[in-house]
Design a protein around this ligand. Structure first.
Ligand code: SF4
Length: 360
C-alpha cells in the first residue's frame, strides 16, 4: 500500500549542497576544539561526547579528556575508574564504557578503521557516528543522521510521521545520502549539524536565518513548529529504592562499585535496598556490609532521577554504625569515599549531588 512517504522526492542535491556550503563559509563553526588538529581519535571522541549532549557542555569535558589521554593508546591503557571519573557529569555512561572498549580494540590493531562496516562493528559506533568520522576525519562521502540533521531533513520535506518509525527513518537516510556531497564533505557535515543546532532548533526554528528557507516545505506550509512529530507517548514507569548512607568521622561515605552491566555500570554508588525495606532489612544489610548493627537510622529526603526509560525515586537512610570496621570486604569494590579529598572515580550524577549535599 503506498503512503504519503512514497511520494516524497529529494530536492536537487547541488541546490541543497550549495545553499548549505555557502552558509557554512560565512556562519559555520570552524574553531571548535575537535576541528583543530583533526585526527580520527579526536573526531571520534567528540562525536561520542556530542551524542545527546550540546556543544557548550561537551567542550570542557572534551578538553579534560584529551589532556588526560592525548592519544588513543593512553585511553586504552587507563583504568575504567579513570575514564568514568572524567566522564562524571556528562551522563549516558554506556558511551564512556564503549569508548574505553573501542580504544582497547583500536590500540591493539594499531590502526583506526576507515570504512563504514569496520567502524560500525566497534562498541558504541552506530551508522551516523561512523558516517561523521568518515566524513570529518577521512573526508569520505558518508552521510550522517544525528538528531539535528534528522530535524532539518524532516522539516525540509515536511514529513509528518514520527522520524523514529522505520519507514520514515529509512527515508531520512535516503535523503541524507542523496544530499551528501563528494567534495567538501567535512564542511557540509559540520554545516548540517550547525544548522540543526543553531537555526533549525527544537520548538520554533529561526527560518528567516536559514539557508534552506526558500525550498523548505515546512517553512512554506508554516508547519515547522509542529515538526518533527513526537514519539507516540508511553507512560514512563517508576522504580523506587532505598539507599544507605553510612559515614565515618563525618568525612567519609561508604560507596561500592556497581556491576559492569545494568544502570550506572562500573560507577560507584550507595548500597541499595528495596524501597519497602524495614528495620530488619537495614540491620541485615549493615551486618553484611560492615559486620555490625546500626546505632541509629535517620530517614532522609526522597528525590527523583529520571532516565530515558524510567523514573528512579531514591530515598536515603542515614546510618550511624555502632563501630566502624577498619577494613571493608576485599577493598576492591568498596571504599570509604573521602568528601574532602575525593577519589578519581566515576559517580552517577544524583550520587555526586548527594555527596556534595552531605559535605555541605
Ligand atoms: S527553513 Fe526553517 S524549518 Fe526549514 S530547515 Fe530551515 S530552519 Fe528548519
Amino acid at each position: 500500500m503506498s503512503t504519503e512517504l512514497d511520494k516524497i522526492k529529494p530536492f536537487k542535491a547541488n541546490l541543497i549542497q550549495n545553499a548549505v556550503l555557502t552558509w557554512f563559509d560565512s556562519y559555520g563553526r570552524k574553531t571548535l576544539p575537535w576541528q583543530e588538529n583533526k585526527t580520527p581519535y579526536r573526531v571520534w571522541l567528540s562525536e561520542i561526547m556530542l551524542q545527546q549532549t550540546q556543544v557548550a557542555t561537551v567542550i570542557p569535558f572534551y578538553l579534560r579528556f584529551l589532556a588526560n589521554f592525548p592519544k588513543i593508546e593512553q585511553l586504552a591503557a587507563a583504568s575504567d575508574d579513570q575514564v568514568l571519573h572524567l566522564w562524571t557529569g556528562l551522563g549516558y555512561y554506556s558511551r564512556a564504557r564503549n569508548l574505553h572498549k573501542t580504544a582497547k580494540i583500536i590500540a591493539q590493531k594499531q590502526a583506526f578503521p576507515s570504512n563504514l562496516q569496520d567502524l560500525q562493528e566497534l562498541p558504541g559506533i552506530g551508522r551516523s557516528t561512523a558516517g561523521a568520522i568518515l566524513a570529518i576525519a577521512f573526508n569520505q562521502q558518508a552521510a550522517i543522521l544525528d538528531g539535528n540533521v534528522k530535524r532539518v531533513l524532516t522539516r525540509l520535506h515536511a514529513l509528518t510521521t514520527w522520524p523514529g518509525e522505520k519507514k520514515t527513518h529509512d527515508l531520512l537516510w535516503l535523503l541524507a545520502e542523496s544530499y551528501t556531497p563528494a567534495q567538501r564533505v567535512a564542511d557540509y557535515t559540520q554545516a548540517m549539524m550547525d544548522i540543526g543546532a543553531t537555526i533549525c532548533i527544537r520548538g520554533t526554528p529561526k527560518c528567516p536565518a536559514c539557508p534552506l528557507k526558500k525550498v523548505c516545505l515546512a517553512n512554506k506550509l508554516d508547519i515547522a513548529k509542529t515538526l518533527p512529530k513526537k514519539k507516540p507517548s508511553k507512560k514512563i514507569p517508576i522504580r523506587s529504592v532505598l539507599m544507605l548512607v553510612a559515614t565515618k568521622q563525618n568525612k567519609h561515605v561508604y560507596l561500592e562499585k556497581r556491576p559492569s552491566t545494568g544502570i550506572w555500570g562500573s560507577l560507584w554508588s550507595l548500597p541499595e535496598l528495596p524501597s519497602n525495606a524495614n528495620q530488619a532489612d537495614i540491620n541485615s544489610a549493615c551486618m553484611q556490609h560492615f559486620n555490625c548493627l546500626p546505632k541509629a537510622i535517620q530517614m532522609g529526603n526522597s528525590f527523583r532521577h529520571t532516565f530515558s526509560h524510567f523514573h528512579l525515586d531514591i530515598t536515603t537512610a542515614f546510618i550511624s554504625l555502632a563501630r566502624v570496621p577498619r577494613k571493608i570486604m576485599d577493598g576492591q569494590q568498596q571504599i570509604w569515599y573521602n568528601l574532602d579529598q575525593p577519589e578519581n572515580i566515576g559517580l552517577p550524577a544524583p550520587i555526586k549531588k548527594l555527596l556534595k549535599r552531605i559535605k555541605a
